[in-house]
Write a protein that binds this ligand. Structure first.
Ligand SMILES: *Cc1c(COP(=O)(O)O)cnc(C)c1O
Length: 389
């Protein structure tokens, strides 16, 4: 049953004073006591030694993060959020059309994240990129035959969120990677909702864009890139946040730093990066495969408990192997009102506004994303809240 077992026990033991009723891992998860201690310890060290003398070794965090995506420590760059990471990655990319005389085409499913779409719009206007919306099925899952046809017709970059913010469907990341690789097209996988939640290894992406505070349960204010497939066309954006070399021999007098370091912001909340590292090491210690299995079971339980309650309907397949659960309101109720009632019952859920996925969402949905160790009783309490409109 959900909420029982080794992972549930270890997760709860690591955060004894956390409030119960937290069902928003996809928004901002519950960091462990050790994560909080690591952040505070570093802040104290900065005060005592002087900030520039309290330089931590971030090698272990880099290796631990990289290992979740088949990469090495030199492939990791820390930034401030997933959005900042995506902007750093795409902003300096000198995309060229593979087909002579054609603008570079950037493909993405219509379920893509709002801030990524906004960024793409700006970059398309500035650099003449041509956006191409790729087909998805009724569950928002990418249609692989259509992707294959799109690649053959001339895509120059593919961007996909492994799991979206507004729907718990898990994209076939590995199959997408195989098709992109066969076509020689770079592939950016947004793992903000998937790293620490489902297995990302084997996706074979050129770059992964992630964030600390969601399923990895790190602190706020940290995001990252993992870039195992760096190419010469992938430069740091200008103005860079810390990632160019002064080089008189380079075409513009500046050259990118080697490796993913070109993307990393130099001045930063270093304590947050250390906290993220601690969270990732805890994830490895729990055993990633067992965490993913536990979360998939929790998601299934949540969907079966909540689907139909008060007329609310789960938006993704009931047995989808994720713990990101979204619900559409019945006539006469709204996600905002249900979230407010949940709050009164000390349950934290979130409302996903249409702006989060403007090409896909027609009305706000209620998002329920239980962290590991959530007892089934908490989900049953939420079902009663949904009924009581
Ligand atoms: C949260 C999220 C982001 C952005 O991450 P931030 O750290 O909030 O900037 C990007 N993509 C998806 C799918 C997300 O859920």
């Amino acid at each position: 049953m959900a909420g029982q077992g080794r992972i549930a026990h270890a997760w709860r033991a690591a955060r004894r004073t956390a409030p119960p009723g937290h069902l928003d891992a996809a928004g901002c998860n519950v960091p462990s006591d050790r994560v909080l201690d690591a952040v505070v310890t570093h802040l104290r060290l900065e005060r005592e030694r002087g900030g520039y003398r309290a330089v931590p070794g971030l090698g272990a965090p880099r290796s631990a993060l990289a290992a979740l995506a088949d990469a090495g420590p030199a492939d990791v760059a820390f930034l401030e959020s997933g959005t900042a990471a995506m902007a750093a990655l795409l902003g300096g990319w000198r995309l060229t059309g593979r087909r002579a005389g054609r603008a570079p085409r950037v493909g993405f499913p219509r379920t893509e994240y709002g801030s990524t779409l906004m960024l793409l719009r700006r970059l398309a206007a500035r650099y003449g990129w041509e956006p191409a919306v790729l087909p998805v099925d009724g569950d928002g899952r990418m249609a692989l035959e259509d992707l294959e046809a799109g690649l053959a017709a001339g895509l120059d970059l593919v961007i996909v969120s492994h799991i979206a913010s507004h729907r718990g469907t898990v994209q076939p990341a590995r199959e997408i990677g195989e098709l992109c690789r066969a076509a020689g097209v770079p592939y950016v996988l947004d793992v903000c909702q998937s790293l620490g939640h489902v297995d990302v290894r084997g996706a074979g992406a050129t770059a992964y864009v992630g964030t600390s505070r969601k399923w990895l349960a790190g602190p706020r204010g940290a995001g990252f890139l993992i870039v195992p497939g760096l190419t010469p066309a992938m430069d740091a954006a200008a103005p860079a946040l810390g990632g160019h070399l002064w080089d008189e021999a380079a075409p513009e007098g500046v050259a990118p730093l080697p490796g993913a370091a070109r993307y990393e912001s130099a001045e930063a909340a270093i304590g947050a990066r250390i906290g993220l590292g601690t969270a990732v090491l805890e994830h490895h210690a729990l055993g990633p495969a067992a965490v993913y299995e536990h979360l998939a079971a929790l998601g299934r339980t949540a969907r079966h408990v909540l689907d139909g309650a008060g007329g609310w309907r789960v938006a993704e397949p009931l047995d989808e192997p994720s713990a990101l659960v979204t619900l559409r309101p019945p006539p006469g109720d709204t996600a905002e009102r249900a979230a407010a009632r949940a709050g009164t019952a000390s349950l934290l859920v979130s409302v996903v506004p249409t702006a989060r996925a403007p090409l896909d969402l027609r009305e706000p949905v209620l998002r329920v994303s239980p962290p590991p160790g959530t007892p089934a009783e908490t989900l049953q309490a939420l079902a009663r809240v949904l009924v009581s409109s």
